[in-house]
Design a protein around this ligand. Structure first.
Ligand code: WQD
Length: 344
């Protein structure tokens, strides 16, 4: 079965591409390379052993997307294409609403016109805002504290409204917690442009000597060691979650309908736990300084992942040491050597 991955050259998309090929699907990529690089395609070919079908283009181009779906008899779409920097979304809200909300509207129009009505959507734990408690289940109240999170929430509601209007639509809404790590081959991974917003890539850059120290944004939260607690999930587990979601949507699993599930490990780790785990994995020191809290941060956010286990037969298997080991292998590979314009 042919599967279209919008934004498939990016961090999560590229890992999902490899997992789908290994599961017997035929994935293809649509990407405008605004936040990724075409260099990843050769590495995907090396990992899958087959030529990679990729179209450069904008997911908002309804005619292009419709033509791709028809030409390749696309059975389902996995929608990764979107901007994801929380801070940038506050500074440039229209850029985020136009791309993240406008993009999926155009995609859905193209899919509907081409009679392809099965979609896996990259949502985010950000839709839970500041949770009243942890672990978080899918029925928790949703809220938003920034345009990025608001966009995810609006997209989820749009999919629900579309599914109500036409029962032919089948949606797998996947709420990612904190994706980290890299493919164990070291060939693909996360390589954010500029200064990383997220913890793991920043820690990796300190460990490899690219940055002097880590700023720990606050150590006065109501958590065991005072630093923020998050549910870090290995990108390989996340990719497997997409395979399980597609198999359920296409083969009548999960009760044959649409579903919304958390993709997390169900375990929370603090910033300082991540620092220590990365030092263990890399054998390098990660100096840090305690700084002020970061605007918009919550104290704790980690999943109850039991619904995905029940509906999809999926569970995360990789531990924090596994995540740090694979992130370190990747960081060591891209640092210093001529930068393979890696998947971002
Ligand atoms: C994790 C913890 C920080 C950097 C965001 C988005 C979410 C998703 C993942 C897109 C927090 C602390 C971080 C640093 C630090 N993105 N930290 N120093 O904020 O949980 O989630 O990224 O889908 O939607 O909201 O992830 O990695 O930025 O922060 O102390 O230099 O690390 O305060 O406690 P976050 P993060």
């Amino acid at each position: 079965m042919n599967i279209l991955l919008t934004g498939g050259a990016g961090y999560i998309g590229s890992h999902t591409f490899v997992a789908l090929a290994a599961a017997g699907f035929t994935p293809m990529i649509l990407d405008d390379f605004s936040n990724s690089s075409a260099d990843v395609l050769a590495r995907l070919e090396a990992l899958t052993g087959t030529p990679v079908l990729c179209e450069r283009g904008d997911v908002a181009d309804v005619a292009l997307v419709g033509a791709l779906i028809a030409q390749h008899t696309i059975a389902a779409v996995v929608h990764f294409a979107g901007f994801k920097a929380v801070g940038e979304s506050v500074a440039q809200p229209l850029k985020y609403y136009r791309n993240n909300v406008g993009g999926i509207i155009a995609l859905l129009q193209a899919m509907d016109a081409a009679n392809c009505r099965t979609l896996v959507f990259s949502s985010s734990a950000t839709v839970y805002g500041d949770p009243a408690s942890v672990p978080i289940t899918e029925d928790f109240a949703r809220s938003h504290t920034n345009p990025y999170g608001h966009g995810k929430l609006v997209c989820e509601d749009m999919l629900a409204a579309l599914g109500t209007s036409n029962k032919a639509w089948r949606f797998g809404v996947l709420r990612y917690f904190n994706p980290v790590g890299a493919h164990p081959s070291g060939l693909i991974g996360e390589d954010p442009a500029g200064v990383p917003n997220n913890l793991m890539p920043y820690v990796a850059q300190v460990a490899v000597g690219q940055r002097e120290f880590l700023n720990v944004w606050g150590n006065d939260y109501a958590t065991p060691d005072g630093t923020g607690v998050r549910d870090y999930i290995h990108v390989q587990d996340l990719a497997a979650g997409h395979v399980a979601a597609l198999q359920a949507l296409l083969h009548g699993g999960a009760g044959g309908g649409s579903f919304t599930v958390n993709l997390g490990t169900g375990k929370g780790h603090s910033v300082l736990e991540v620092v220590r785990a990365f030092e263990q994995a890399s054998g390098k020191k990660v100096p840090y300084r305690i700084g002020p809290r970061r605007a918009g941060d919550v104290a704790q956010c980690y999943a109850d992942a039991s619904l995905a286990a029940r509906l999809l037969g999926w569970r995360a298997t990789q531990t924090l040491p596994d995540m740090c080991r694979d992130a370190w292998r990747w960081q060591s590979r891209i640092h210093g050597s001529p930068r393979p314009a890696a998947s971002r």
